[in-house]
Design a protein around this ligand. Structure first.
Ligand code: CA
Ligand code: CA
Length: 148
């Protein structure tokens, strides 16, 4: 289980990062972690995005960080509201940051740093509103079983 790679403290840190990032922006961030990804991580991330019903935000500003721990694959994607505002450089910088940490096995550090950066960037385009609601759960979504 990929979940075993994340201690209770690790998970709490990631959830806290999401909570803090979402206090800066109306954007919603989710993290999905599973052991394996057979194909392209981008394709799988799109699938997960739909499974988690992440298209349901009012401003179409959900962001998913997808990570397949055993296969060392990951992707970061955003809904169309974000794509209309940001350039590819936004995603590329995030990818570089994640790659740098994931390659060293620093999953929690990479995730929390990337989450903060997403919050920083999203606040430029999607201001936090005083009546903000938590449209998408901050909990980590764990999926799949490791290949036997
Ligand atoms: Ca929110
Ligand atoms: Ca949320």
């Amino acid at each position: 289980m990929s979940k075993d790679l994340f201690s209770v403290e690790d998970q709490a840190q990631i959830i806290e990062a999401i909570k803090l990032a979402e206090m800066q922006t109306s954007g919603e961030i989710r993290v999905h972690i599973e052991p394996n990804c057979k194909g392209e991580p981008m394709d799988r991330a799109l699938e997960v995005f739909a499974e988690l019903n992440m298209h349901s935000t009012a401003l179409k500003n959900g962001v998913l960080i997808y990570l397949a721990t055993a296969d060392k694959k990951f992707a970061i994607i955003g809904d169309k509201g974000i794509h209309e505002k940001v350039h590819d450089s936004f995603w590329n910088e995030e990818k570089e940051l994640l790659k740098e940490h994931f390659s060293k096995g620093e999953f929690t550090l990479g995730l929390t740093k990337a989450i903060y950066k997403v919050g920083e960037k999203l606040k430029l385009h999607f201001l936090y509103q005083s009546d903000d609601t938590d449209e998408l759960s901050n909990d980590i979504s764990f999926g799949g079983k490791a290949d036997a």
